[in-house]
Design a binder for this molecule. Structure first.
Ligand SMILES: NC(=O)c1ccc[n+]([C@@H]2O[C@H](COP(=O)([O-])OP(=O)(O)OC[C@H]3O[C@@H](n4cnc5c(N)ncnc54)[C@H](O)[C@@H]3O)[C@@H](O)[C@H]2O)c1
Ligand SMILES: [Zn+2]
Length: 394
C-alpha cells in the first residue's frame, strides 16, 4: 500500500494482486473407493498429503452436498466411498432445482455446515450435482468464514463443460438469474463422464447448447463434430465404446475436450469478467430474461439456444453469415434436438434485454455475433436489423 498526502488529508491506497489457481481434472471411476482423487487431488503435493491424511489419529472429515436426484442414483456408491476411506462425513442430499436456486437454500447449507464443523483449511466442501447444485454450494462456501475451499463434481453435461470450469457461483434473486453470487473458483473440479449416462436425453441436448455456443464463437472443428455426430452423442450419452475406434466413438471425448479448452481460454484471462467483450456471453443476452419468464418450462441451455438462433438471424441480416451458413447452424440446432424459437421471446423482451445489457456493459451493447462458422465479432446492431431479423426468425 502507499500513502498520498493532499491538502485535505492523507489517503492510503491498497494494491493486492489476487492469484487463484485451481485444477480441472478428468478422471475415471471417481467413486471407486481406490481412487483417492476426490479426497486428495486438490492438494499441491498429492503423495505427501495422502500420507498425512491417513494418519489414524487425524480422521478425515468432509461435508458433502449432493443433488437429491443424483443421491437417489449414486447415493449408495457415494456413502460407500467415504465409508471405505474412513472419512467422517455429512452427506446432505438436497432438491437443488432452478426454482430452489435461492439464498434460502444457500443458508440451509450454511446452517448444516456450521453445525457439522470442518477445518476450513484442510477439509474442502464437496458439491456433487448439476450446475444448480454447484452454483449454490460454491456461493455458500465462498460466504462461510469469508471463503472456504470447495470442490466441484459436475454430474450433468452442461455443468461438465460449463458451470464447472469457471469461477462463478450464485443464486437467483429478485426474480433475476444469478443476481447474487461471487467470483470464487473451486480448489478443484473433477470431471467423470460416466455420470452423464444417467441424465435424461433432454438434458444432453441442454448441455450440447453450451458446446455449440463455444463452437460457433471459436471452433469450426467443434461445430463440424456437433453437426456430424450430434445424433450419436445424444444416443450414446457421451459414453464412448472403447472397443470401437471410429470417429463417432471418439466424438464424446474430442468434443468435451474442445469445449473445455475453448471455455478455459476465454475464462482464465478474464476470471472477474472485467473485459466486457466476452464470447461466452453469446446466447446469454436475451436468454436470462426468457428463462426466468417461463420458468420452469425452458432449461438453461434451451433458452440459450433460442437466443443464439435469433442472433444467427441478426448475423445473417447484418451480412456476417451466408444463407447457407445460417441454414447449417439452424439444422445443427434442430439435430441436437434444441428449440430454435419460443413464443415468449417477443421483440419487447429482446429490446428490454438489450437495454439492460447497455446499462451493465459500459454504454455499448457489444453483442457477440457469429461470423461464418467458428468466429465472432462484437457488434452494436441497429434497430432496423434487429426487427427485420426478428420478422424472418418468427
Ligand atoms: N457457474 C457458471 O459458470 C455456470 C455456467 C453455466 C450454467 N450455470 C448454471 O447451471 C444451471 C444449470 O445446470 P444444469 O443444466 O446442470 O441443471 P441442474 O443442476 O438443474 O440439473 C439438471 C437435472 O438433472 C438432474 N441430474 C443431475 N445429475 C444427474 C445424473 N448424473 N443423472 C440423472 N439426473 C441428474 C438434476 O437432479 C436436475 O433435475 C443454471 O442454474 C445455470 O445458471 C452456471
Ligand atoms: Zn450458460
Amino acid at each position: 500500500s502507499y500513502e498520498t498526502l493532499t491538502e485535505k488529508g492523507t489517503s492510503w491506497t491498497v494494491v493486492t494482486p489476487i492469484i487463484f489457481s485451481y485444477k480441472v481434472t478428468e478422471t475415471h471411476g471417481l467413486l471407486d473407493p481406490c481412487n483417492a482423487t476426490l479426497l486428495t487431488g486438490h492438494a499441491h503435493e498429492p503423495q505427501t498429503s495422502a500420507d498425512t491424511l491417513r494418519i489414524p489419529s487425524k480422521p478425515i472429515k468432509r461435508f458433502v452436498v449432493v443433488d437429491q436426484e443424483v443421491y437417489r442414483i449414486y447415493g449408495s456408491q457415494i456413502t460407500k466411498y467415504f465409508e471405505v476411506n474412513n472419512v467422517t462425513c455429512k452427506i446432505l442430499a438436497l432438491p437443488t432445482t432452478e426454482e430452489n436456486k435461492s439464498m434460502e437454500m444457500a443458508l440451509k447449507i450454511l446452517e448444516e455446515l456450521n453445525s457439522f464443523s470442518i477445518d476450513r483449511r484442510a477439509e474442502p466442501v464437496i458439491a456433487i450435482g448439476g450446475g444448480v447444485c454447484l452454483d449454490i454450494v460454491g456461493l455458500a462456501a465462498s460466504l462461510y468464514r469469508r471463503r472456504t475451499p470447495y470442490i466441484r463434481v459436475p454430474t450433468t453435461l452442461l455443468s461438465y463443460i460449463d458451470a464447472s470450469v469457471g469461477a462463478k457461483t450464485g443464486v437467483n434473486f429478485a426474480n433475476c438469474k444469478n443476481k447474487l453470487g461471487s467470483y470464487i473458483p473451486p480448489v478443484a473440479t473433477y470431471l467423470d463422464l460416466s455420470f452423464i449416462k444417467t441424465i435424461p436425453r433432454r438434458h444432453i441436448s441442454n448441455g450440447l447448447a453450451e458446446m455449440l455456443k463455444m463452437a460457433l464463437m471459436k471452433h469450426k472443428e467443434l461445430f463440424e463434430l456437433l453437426e456430424k455426430h450430434g445424433q450419436h452423442l445424444l444416443d450414446s450419452k457421451f459414453q464412448s465404446d472403447s472397443s470401437v475406434f471410429s470417429v463417432s466413438s471418439q466424438s464424446a471425448s474430442r468434443s468435451t475436450r474442445l469445449a473445455i479448452v475453448t471455455m478455459l481460454e476465454e475464462l482464465a484471462p478474464n476470471l472477474w469478467e472485467d473485459d466486457l467483450n466476452r464470447l461466452v456471453d453469446f446466447g446469454h443476452v436475451i436468454s436470462p430474461a426468457l428463462e426466468m419468464r417461463v420458468l420452469p418450462s425452458l432449461l438453461h441451455g434451451e433458452a440459450v439456444n433460442i437466443d443464439m438462433a435469433y442472433m444467427v438471424y441478426v448475423s445473417r441480416e447484418s451480412g456476417q453469415l451466408t444463407e447457407d451458413e445460417k441454414n447449417r447452424i439452424i439444422s445443427c440446432m434442430v439435430g441436437l434436438e434444441l428449440p430454435v424459437w419460443h413464443q415468449a421471446c417477443t421483440m419487447e423482451l429482446i429490446q428490454s434485454s438489450l437495454q439492460d445489457r447497455l446499462k451493465h456493459s459500459g454504454g455499448l451493447v457489444r453483442m457477440p455475433l457469429p461470423v461464418g462458422l467458428g468466429q465472432a465479432i462484437f457488434n452494436n446492431t441497429s434497430y432496423e436489423v434487429l426487427t427485420s431479423a426478428y420478422e424472418k426468425w418468427c
